[in-house]
Every structure is written in structure tokens, then in C-alpha cells.
Design a protein around this ligand. Structure first.
Ligand code: HEC
Length: 154
């Protein structure tokens, strides 16, 4: 009998927590401050960043269905907020040039060290996995972008 009460209590709690819904990270218009807004960057570099990084580092997340289910929704929300706090590609143009250079160095580091996209995420999101060739190509782009910004400082 006790076993059933516990199971019932868990089911009720699970039902109740569904009402606590974090606000969704869904900007409707494409951002005018995006790093790739009106850019001449080649499409494959843009789309690789978008599929591998934008769910956590932009103002627009493509939510899978299970993202609506608490407590998964809470965990995702906190990941997105933490990721965006460090780096938001959608707000890129709002960073000053020194910050942009610093962020590009960080991006290059996480790409080289294979720290991003985070492991547990790529288990679920095969499309976000980066090959070595992808990482090299993104890194090249990051370095040239950094040089371009540095040159504009002088
Ligand atoms: C599943 C969500 C997620 C994805 C996808 C993701 N990141 Fe992150 N990223 C985070 C979180 C969360 C943090 C903050 C980690 C922390 O504070 O320790 C972070 C931190 C960072 C940082 C700052 C690192 C530092 O040392 O402070 C950089 C740079 C970064 N990510 C780049 C990227 C790039 C580039 C991609 C795509 C190749 C990417 N991230 C994909 C969640 C993500």
C-alpha cells in the first residue's frame, strides 16, 4: 500500500511542477546585432555555428519536445542563461571591440580543446557534433575575424 502512495505522490508532484515554466528563449525577428548580420561569411561557417552553438549562445533556441517537460525545461533554461551570459552571438555587435577579441580567443580555445558544444548535449544532438575539419574551419574563421577587428583598432 505504502508503495502505491509514494508512486501516486510522485506522479502528482510531477504533474504540479509542469506549471512552473521558464520563459522561452525565442526572439522573433532575426537579430540586427547578430555576428553574422549582413556578413560576407561563407554559408557553411554560419550554418555550422548556428547548429552547433546557437541553441545556448543566441537569443533563439530551437526547442526539442522534451524541453517542455519539467524538470528538463528548468535545466535547459539555466544552461541557456549561463551560455548567453558568457557569449551571445545575437548581441555580438553590442560588445565593444576589446570584448569581441577576448570572446574570439575564448571561442578558439573551446573549439581547440573540444569543450564546446558540451558533451552531454552532443549525445542528444548529433547534428551539433563537430568534426575535426569543422573545428579547423571555424577556428580559421575566428582567427581571421580577430585579425580584422584588431586591424580596425589601429
Ligand atoms: C548546450 C548548450 C551549449 C552549447 C550547444 C554550446 N555552449 Fe558554449 N557554453 C555553454 C554554457 C552553459 C557555458 C558557460 C559555462 C561555464 O560558465 O562554465 C558556455 C561557455 C562558453 C564559452 C565561454 C568559455 C569560458 O571559458 O568562459 C565559450 C567561448 C563558448 N561557450 C563557446 C561555444 C561555441 C563556440 C559553441 C559551438 C561550437 C558552444 N559554445 C556551444 C553552453 C553551450
Amino acid at each position: 500500500m505504502r508503495k502505491y502512495i509514494i508512486i501516486l505522490a510522485l506522479v502528482v508532484i510531477f504533474g504540479l511542477i509542469q506549471f512552473i515554466r521558464p520563459e522561452r528563449n525565442l526572439q522573433t525577428n532575426p537579430s540586427r546585432y547578430d555576428i553574422f548580420y549582413l556578413t560576407e561569411t561563407e554559408g557553411s561557417v554560419i550554418s555550422t555555428f548556428q547548429t552547433a552553438c546557437y541553441n545556448c549562445h543566441s537569443s533563439n533556441t530551437a526547442y526539442p519536445w522534451y524541453a517542455s517537460v519539467a524538470p528538463v525545461s528548468w535545466a535547459l533554461n539555466s544552461h541557456i542563461n549561463n551560455g548567453k551570459k558568457k557569449l551571445n552571438f545575437s548581441d555580438w555587435i553590442l560588445y565593444d571591440k576589446e570584448q569581441q577579441i577576448k570572446l574570439l580567443l575564448d571561442i578558439s580555445e573551446v573549439l581547440t580543446e573540444q569543450e564546446m558544444p558540451p558533451k552531454p548535449y552532443t549525445w542528444l544532438h548529433a547534428e551539433a557534433r563537430l568534426t575535426d575539419a569543422n573545428r579547423m574551419r571555424l577556428n580559421e574563421w575566428v582567427n581571421s575575424k580577430k585579425d580584422e577587428i584588431k586591424a580596425s583598432l589601429n
